[in-house]
Write a protein that binds this ligand. Structure first.
Ligand code: KDG
Length: 343
């Protein structure tokens, strides 16, 4: 027996088993070993569902297609890995949609603050024709966009002070929070509107930047804050839910073009199945992660309606600046899907 002292923490919530893999083994069209780089850790829903994606392909090809997943940004950050897919030096990656707005501008709709009020609404949008059109719009970029899944609702963490209002972010008699953001202009605008000092930075550099105090804070879903151990260097969390970020599973077009049509179809199907599983895992992780972070000593603030409204008001200028550039019609379409999903 092993004796453990102190409090042992569960490494993950009770997770649903991956759906059973069914379907015939497809014909022999040669072998492929797909290398996939991701930003998040081995315990993340992103990694677990990527492993499942690989299992589907292995089983349905008798091992002729296999997938090697490289976690923790060890092959690069989202932006770099997308470029590696374009040049064909990497087969797959799984970025936040926010990292890919340089290829398909419409994706920036997802970066608008407080656009998707519930996970149900977000999933309805990700499964809509509007979202499929965004995936299709990657045609010709060197990237094959396979499926949307969930990164999740982004929450603010920091090492300086509890945050309950935009004034706390801006700091009245203290300096404004420096907040790491993704490399995305709408996110920069959000944190500028809140009075922070936003600093875009690769995810792989974030832990040490927080540890060394290069930035005070960052924003990511609770599950990422937990699985990337940010709570070790961040004492305060605020449930802002300011942006819902999707992931997009991506394949290099060069790799895609080398695959037989039957394999292409299978890869597309496996991506959809694993994306569905990822969304389920991510939902199971979300509140559980917040509670775990609290148990591990993070002081977490949940905002009441009035406090939340103050954040929503403060970011209105982001809509005024960005809605015309992203497309008013597109945003209206998304808002319609959101409305329909709550009926
Ligand atoms: O694999 C995905 C991660 O690299 C990244 O998208 C996580 O949300 C993220 C961030 O803040 O960079």
């Amino acid at each position: 027996t092993t004796l453990t002292f102190g409090m042992a923490h569960a490494q993950s919530p009770e997770l649903s088993d991956p759906p059973e893999i069914d379907g015939e083994v497809v014909g022999d069209h040669g072998s492929h070993t797909l290398r996939m780089g991701i930003g998040l850790a081995e315990s993340s829903p992103q990694y677990l569902s990527s492993q499942y994606f690989g299992e589907i392909l292995e089983q349905r090809t008798d091992g002729r297609i296999s997938v090697n997943v490289f976690p923790n940004s060890q092959l690069g950050d989202d932006v770099q890995m997308l470029e590696m897919l374009q040049t064909g030096t990497l087969d797959m990656t799984y970025p936040s949609s926010s990292a890919a707005t340089g290829y398909v501008e419409e994706l920036a709709a997802f970066d608008l603050p407080f656009l998707l009020p519930s996970r149900e609404a977000a999933v309805a949008v990700m499964q809509s024709d509007v979202a499929q059109n965004m995936l299709d719009a990657f045609e010709g970029t060197g990237l094959k966009a396979l499926a949307f899944s969930e990164n999740g609702y982004r929450q603010l963490s920091n090492s300086a002070r509890p945050i309950t209002s935009p004034e706390d972010v801006a700091g009245l008699d203290v300096r404004g929070l420096s907040v790491r953001t993704m490399e995305n202009p709408v996110h920069l605008a959000i944190w500028e509107a809140l009075g922070a000092n936003p600093t875009p930075m690769a995810f792989g550099e974030l832990f040490s930047a927080l540890e060394q105090g290069v930035v005070d804070g960052q924003e990511n879903p609770w599950s990422t804050i937990l699985t990337s151990n940010f709570h070790e260097v961040q004492d305060y969390g605020t449930e802002t839910r300011h942006v819902y970020t999707p992931f997009i599973m991506m394949l290099s077009e060069r790799t895609w073009d080398r695959m037989a049509p039957e394999y292409q179809e299978l890869v597309q199907e496996a991506a959809r199945q694993s994306a569905e599983y990822e969304i389920q895992l991510s939902a199971e992780y979300d509140d559980w992660s917040r509670n775990q972070l609290a148990e591990r000593g993070m002081q977490i603030t949940r905002l009441d309606d009035e406090q939340l409204a103050a954040f929503q008001d403060a970011v209105q200028p982001v809509y005024e600046e960005w809605a015309p550039r992203i497309g008013e019609d597109l945003i209206a379409d998304i808002q319609q899907i959101v409305e329909d999903s709550s009926n």
